[in-house]
Design a protein around this ligand. Structure first.
Ligand SMILES: CC(C)(COP(=O)(O)OP(=O)(O)OC[C@H]1O[C@@H](n2cnc3c(N)ncnc32)[C@H](O)[C@@H]1OP(=O)(O)O)[C@@H](O)C(=O)NCCC(=O)NCCS
Length: 149
């Protein structure tokens, strides 16, 4: 595995709790239907909402970007059948990852009473790089053939 970048984040759970109370649309703005299904299975407890938010921020840092012109929902934190979180990118965030050869992004989340922390590790995708090199080589060969002919 070749590492593209790492990202870490810490969030005060109380800050998220207050945002949820003040802005009823807070969770809908941040999370996709699939993410919401998980959070609802946890009774929308602020510690889990904060975990999802913190994970998204950690992912943004691992890509070295910050939010830029991405949307929060383009960075999805999904769970596997055992509850392990994993990252799925969509839209502009996925385009950015593809353009920069970013492959899998691993994520880990932890909470204490007052804080949530998340760590992300983004891999370089050898496959994406190789596909680019291959298409460059094919392009080069085609040009070469053109010269010979
Ligand atoms: C990059 C970003 C994720 C930083 O998160 P933050 O919650 O604002 O701040 P944090 O304290 O967690 O992190 C700050 C650190 O991020 C790091 N950082 C800044 N830009 C970064 C980037 N492009 N890539 C990776 N890390 C970056 C820096 O080390 C910074 O610490 P420093 O200022 O001491 O150098 C943030 O700028 C961002 O884009 N956030 C999304 C927008 C947002 O949070 N809006 C508020 C909605 S409630």
């Amino acid at each position: 595995m070749i590492i593209y970048g790492i990202g870490t984040d810490i969030v005060e759970i109380d800050r998220i709790k207050r945002a949820m109370e003040r802005f009823p649309k807070f969770v809908d703005r941040l999370f996709t239907i699939e993410e919401l299904a998980y959070l609802e299975s946890k009774a929308l407890k602020p510690q889990h909402v904060a975990g999802g938010f913190s994970a998204k921020e950690a992912v943004l840092k691992s890509m070295g970007t910050g939010l830029r012109n991405f949307k929060w929902k383009e960075i999805e934190i999904i769970r596997d059948e055992k509850g392990k979180p994993f990252v799925r990118l969509n839209g502009k965030a996925k385009d950015y990852a593809d353009d920069n050869y970013i492959g899998d992004i691993h994520i880990s989340i932890s909470h204490s009473k007052n804080y949530v922390t998340a760590t992300a590790v983004a891999e370089i995708s050898i496959e994406k790089r190789w596909m680019d090199i291959e298409s460059m080589l094919i392009g080069g060969n085609a040009e070469g053939r053109h010269c010979i002919n």
